[in-house]
Design a protein around this ligand. Structure first.
Ligand SMILES: Cc1cc2nc3c(=O)[nH]c(=O)nc-3n(C[C@H](O)[C@H](O)[C@H](O)COP(=O)(O)O)c2cc1C
Length: 209
């Protein structure tokens, strides 16, 4: 199996819940264990942007997401925002990689300053201190200097800033194509197989000479 077997997927209250749902689906299909965290604001954005109505309590949410994705029992684990006893809260238990998608500018700022006021922030802090893989997918427009400084700070600490800005050179026909563009980039970074988007040059033949 290439890429991490266990991944923390944190969903925060920026626009773009489709990215999170699609990534969860892909991780389940690739047999990964997903430690799932979601903020209160993200649940509101989820209800605004999609037809998915997540139950608010972690246990019920876990059952719902397991059925929604067709995951095996125990493959998706949902933790509450103050579940400090969960594996993701400590370096000895946390997965090798964490993705925050979408990443709100509020959570971006909290991670950049090490706030640790909820489990998403703590899990990201753990990922950074353990020098593990942290992928942040921010969405805001335009970016303020505060957002840009926080992104630079986190990039210098080793986090990858992967903006939710799909390209158009693959001639997307549907919204799903645009969503897949961003999700494929995340999976490429995690080194998890994906067939949604060819890697650049994969089908290139020849050249000038
Ligand atoms: C419908 C909706 C869309 C939002 N879109 C964004 C967004 O694109 N980017 C962002 O940074 N915040 C956005 N927000 C604001 C955040 O949800 C808000 O700042 C919240 O405090 C973030 O909390 P969290 O980081 O704990 O999820 C949005 C809020 C709502 C209700």
């Amino acid at each position: 199996m290439s890429g991490p077997e266990r991944i923390t997927l944190a969903v925060t209250g920026a626009s773009g819940m489709q990215y999170a749902l699609r990534l969860l689906d892909c991780l389940v299909r690739e047999d990964r264990e997903v430690h799932f965290l979601i903020s209160k604001a993200a649940q509101l954005v989820m209800a605004t942007e999609t037809d998915v109505s997540l139950p608010p309590k972690p246990q019920a949410m876990q059952t719902f997401l397991t059925e929604y994705t067709g995951a095996a029992a125990g493959q998706i684990r949902v933790y509450g925002k103050e579940d400090w006893m969960s594996p993701v809260a400590s370096g000895s238990g946390a997965p090798a990689a964490m993705v925050v998608v979408p990443c709100s500018t509020g959570t971006l700022s909290a991670i950049a300053t090490g706030a640790c006021n909820n489990l998403v922030e703590r899990a990201a802090d753990v990922t950074l201190k353990e020098r593990r893989q942290l992928i942040l997918v921010p969405r805001e427009a335009p970016y303020s200097s505060i957002h840009l400084e926080n992104m630079l700070k986190l990039s210098n600490m080793g986090a990858v800033i992967l903006p939710a800005s799909p390209g158009f050179y693959h001639q997307p026909q549907t919204i799903d194509d645009l969503v897949d563009f961003v999700v494929a980039r995340i999976l490429n970074l995690l080194n998890i197989p994906q067939d949604m988007l060819p890697r650049w040059g994969e089908h290139h033949v020849g050249g000038d000479e």
